[in-house]
Ligand binder design. Structure first.
Ligand code: ATP
Ligand code: MG
Length: 386
């Protein structure tokens, strides 16, 4: 195996969203040059990278330009077409590789992979045909119908109470391939981020406890206040197995549900850093984006250490609108007057309701203090308590 791609080289990233932006920032702080491919002129990552290739993800000239610029290439969003990664991978080191990303892009393949790793997931059925629709087991209802591909932040999902609703929902989703999952009684949600390098070294971030509102992540708390030590170990172990059996190179996030009886069920995985791992920028000695740089370049992977308790609040575009729908700036000065507040805004040029505009991490010496300060920040911002 060749040596690492050292600082001074250029790292490329497919996709220009906030995850790409934070990857670029981590890479730059380690002394790399950066290149982003994204069609949007004002993409958050494109705005801060050294080079911005403004084409579609499958544009041959764009891919050629990115390759020309970059010594190694990664992806920041899981819906980058796998064929584009394959093209790049033929000429440059690419991590994660197209095959691993392809599994994460398809809920049916993803669930099959969990099962193959001995990691439990929700009872489900794949629906691609009328016959499969008709054959659905009653035990899966009430359920959640999810498109097999291209869903995010709860988009491409319908809750279905009964068979009639299921038939209607599949029609509404355009009869595309879907997965119907039994609706589970969730006690809480958690996630684990692991990083694995080409030598097989695996490291992990501590377990994250996540609160979603309307299908979108709202709050992440680390340490996880309501997840026992044994369950935490079980989740980390499951995430490592999932990465190992994909022969995965890069950062991988596995989301889990904890049910009322304390058992864990894998929900889905993302072949990249994850919103629930953003706290690691301010609360860990190595953050998820530096892990992405290290796995991509072949620099040594060391086990990250969390040095502060943290609570992360997602900042959605809703905060930019008053009750009467007029635009306003959130009260940043008041929020930043609180101790241990780290504000991260992604440089998006316009706010929309439900759009991820930034996040805020509160760090403190202990979890109690982090939560207390985060609740004060939430109140100032008009966010509900948690
Ligand atoms: P992401 O932004 O994480 O990619 P997504 O759109 O891919 O989201 P999921 O993670 O599948 O969607 O689901 C979003 C949320 O909906 C979950 O975090 C959970 O709160 C709820 N949910 C999903 N599946 C189930 C289920 N089977 N039972 C109960 N709640 C569920
Ligand atoms: Mg999810």
């Amino acid at each position: 195996m060749k040596g690492p791609v050292l600082p001074g080289a250029t790292l490329g990233v497919m996709g220009g969203g906030q995850l790409g932006r934070m990857f670029v920032q981590a890479a730059q702080s380690l002394g790399y040059f950066t290149a982003v491919l994204d069609p949007d002129v004002t993409s958050p990552a494109g705005l801060v990278a050294h080079y911005h290739v403004q084409t579609g993800y499958l544009d041959e000239q764009g891919l050629a330009q990115l390759m020309q610029r970059s010594d190694a290439i990664t992806t920041e969003f899981e819906n980058v077409p796998a064929p584009a990664l394959r093209t790049l991978g033929a000429h440059r080191p690419v991590a994660p590789d197209a095959d691993a990303v392809a599994v994460c892009q398809d809920r049916a393949a993803e669930k099959a992979h969990f099962v193959a790793c001995g990691v439990p997931c929700a009872p489900h059925a794949v629906i691609e045909t009328e016959a499969q629709l008709a054959a659905v087991d009653d035990a899966l209802l009430p359920g959640i119908l999810k498109t097999a591909r291209l869903g995010y932040d709860g988009k491409g999902q319908c809750t279905v109470a009964d068979r009639a609703a299921l038939v209607a929902a599949w029609g509404q989703l355009g009869q595309v391939p879907c997965v119907l999952e039994q609706r589970l009684p969730l006690a809480l949600e958690l996630s684990v981020i692991v990083a694995r390098d080409a030598f097989g070294t695996v490291v992990s971030l501590p377990v994250q406890q996540n609160l979603h509102r309307d299908g979108i992540l709202a709050v992440t708390q680390v340490p996880a206040p309501d997840v026992g030590t044994a369950q935490q170990a079980q989740a980390v172990d499951a995430a490592c197995r999932v990465a190992e059996s994909l022969n995965y190179v890069g950062v991988l996030c596995v989301e889990f549900f904890m049910l009322a009886d304390g058992s864990l069920v894998a929900n889905e995985m993302a072949p990249r850093p994850h919103n629930s791992g953003h706290y690691s920028i301010d609360a860990c000695d190595v953050c998820q984006f530096e892990l992405q740089v290290r796995t991509l370049t072949g620099l040594p992977l060391v086990q990250p250490r969390q040095h502060s308790a943290a609570v992360m609040l997602n900042l959605l575009g809703d905060l930019w609108f008053a009750a009467d729908d007029t635009e306003r700036a959130p009260p940043w000065a008041q929020v930043l007057a609180l101790p241990g507040v780290h504000l991260h805004l992604y440089g998006k040029t316009s706010a929309r309701r439900g759009r991820k505009m930034g996040h805020l991490t509160v760090t403190a010496a202990d979890a109690h203090q982090a939560r207390a300060t985060a609740l004060r920040a939430a109140a100032l911002l008009g966010l509900p308590p948690f």
